[in-house]
Ligand binder design. Structure first.
Ligand code: 4AD
Ligand code: MG
Length: 458
């Protein structure tokens, strides 16, 4: 359809001055008087609306009334006129209603609560808030690919359907085409008759396949959906989330931490540079001081503290935590919050966790008690990255798996990477929606996804 994106009108105003232009979009607001009407039109290409000025003596009067309804889709032709207040406005000559919008359109008000908008996920992309969320989401995704491409990583697509549990936490969604049938004598028989002839699930992480790819390609990353059947009904957990997982050969824990920090700073820098309007909006609507926070983050070092030191800090904090702090137990949200929001007030890498609370694939440290792993915690969101050097020693890896009652035969290909030319290697997983929350100040993961999937809600 003949039209110009509203974003282009704003960015290239000089070119359009006093010329005839055609725009399309949806009516955000309107005002009417006897001789003149105003419409704010938005087409999704930028946060700003274009102001349409309709002088009833120049426009076919019959075409005006149907256009004055929030949500109506219009194609407008008019003259581009520079204006003090809005940068420019369009003096309308011709109105075509592309799609009428009856009064039961739920987005009549200027501001709706996020809770209300969650009940209409199919309409919320029509709001400024979600336009801004999806603009930053888009920019972040592009920045992530840009970073890895620039540094010579290969983007690999790991399978979504899988037969193995990467995190070993058993929080997997089963995939089946077979209803249970009492004719099956055992679970094994049931799975053997299913589509793949084996038990299949949705992957929780592309890491294991990512490691396999890296063991030939050197440096890879994945960027795709992963799934967790966790019953965690929190503002930070989604059952389906997007996951960025680089895997780097010839790289130890300290080196991967440096990469992770450089990467996070780069992608935040790209958003600061390319989404100023969206960030100004979130600075106002979601988190006061957001822009300053992001600028501080990209120009200062992140903290590194060992788990053991962190436990000491928590014990000395004088705080009454709901979960007691004991060496050997996992850090709870309240502990992470204290460390990153109160104690350090910036992003923190907590390193060298007790091996028993972490995954089987992590490199065992020489102390016999901890693993070469780290979580990156940030104020407001908590853990955004899970990272580790991988256990490269075949026997130690097998031992860790046996200790966790893992069926070694299901992991023979993975174990082959340690058998044939094993190398030190490291990687991490960044939750895409978690970093998006951090960068926008949006406080609920349900407001970062087009269709959030959470426990009890599809
Ligand atoms: O810490 P996790 O479980 O680590 C892994 O999956 C590793 N295999 C990653 C790797 O080393 N390649 O998950 C990594 C990140 C978390 O730090 C968090 O940001 C995000 O994934 N994440 C979730 N995001 C939203 N909803 C959930 N339910 C999430 N679970 C994990
Ligand atoms: Mg984790």
């Amino acid at each position: 359809m003949k039209h110009t994106d509203i974003k282009i009108l704003f960015s290239d105003s000089e070119k359009f001055r006093d010329k005839s232009v055609t725009v399309c979009g949806w009516v955000r607001t309107w005002r009417d008087s006897k001789s003149i009407s105003f419409i704010e039109l938005n087409d999704g290409t930028c946060l700003r609306n274009v102001q349409l000025v309709i002088e009833k003596n120049i426009v076919d009067e019959a075409s005006v009334k149907p256009a004055l309804a929030v949500g109506t889709a219009l194609q407008i032709t008019g003259i581009f006129i520079p204006s003090e207040r809005n940068g420019f406005e369009i003096s309308v000559r011709e109105i075509t209603v592309l799609g009428e919008c009856p009064v039961d359109f739920p987005l009549q008000k200027k501001h709706h609560t996020l809770e209300f908008l969650r009940t209409i996920p199919h309409l919320r992309p029509r709001t400024r808030y979600f336009e801004a969320v999806f603009a930053v989401r888009n920019e972040l995704a592009f920045a992530i690919h840009k970073y890895f491409h620039k540094h010579g990583y290969k983007y690999v697509q790991t399978p979504i359907l899988t037969g193995s549990d990467c995190e070993g936490a058993g929080e997997m969604f089963r995939v089946t085409t077979h209803p249970w049938n009492t004719a099956y004598k055992t679970e094994e028989e049931y799975y053997a008759n299913d589509f793949f002839g084996a038990k299949a699930s949705l992957t929780v992480s592309g890491q294991l396949e990512g490691e396999i790819a890296a063991m030939g390609l050197g440096k890879i990353y994945t960027f795709g959906p992963t799934f967790r059947a966790e019953h965690s009904n929190t503002p930070r957990h989604a059952a389906e989330f997007w996951h960025i997982e680089p895997e780097v050969c010839f790289c130890d824990l300290n080196e991967i931490i440096d990469i992770a920090e450089d990467f996070i700073k780069f992608i935040i820098g790209e958003v600061l540079e390319n989404c100023p309007e969206e960030l100004a909006f979130f600075n106002e609507r979601a988190e006061k001081g957001l822009i300053e926070k992001l600028q501080t983050v990209i120009s200062n070092d992140f903290v590194k503290v060992t788990y053991t030191e962190a436990v000491e800090i928590l014990k000395k904090s004088g705080k009454q935590f709901n979960f007691p702090v004991e060496w050997g137990s996992d850090l709870q949200t309240e502990h992470e919050k204290y460390l990153t929001e109160e104690y350090y007030k910036k992003p923190v890498f907590v390193t060298d966790y007790p091996k028993d609370i972490k995954s089987f694939y992590m490199k065992q440290n020489s102390d016999g008690k901890t693993v070469a792993a780290t979580d990156l915690l940030v104020p407001g969101v908590g853990e955004i990255i899970g990272c580790s050097e991988r256990e490269a020693d075949l026997n130690k890896l097998k031992e860790a798996m046996v200790k966790r009652n893992m069926p070694l035969e299901a992991y023979t290909e993975y174990l082959d990477t340690r058998k044939f030319g094993s190398v030190p290697h490291s990687g991490f997983g960044l939750g895409f929606e978690r970093i998006l929350m951090y960068v926008t100040g949006v406080s609920n993961i349900r407001d970062t996804l087009l269709y959030p999937r959470t426990v009890g809600s599809l």
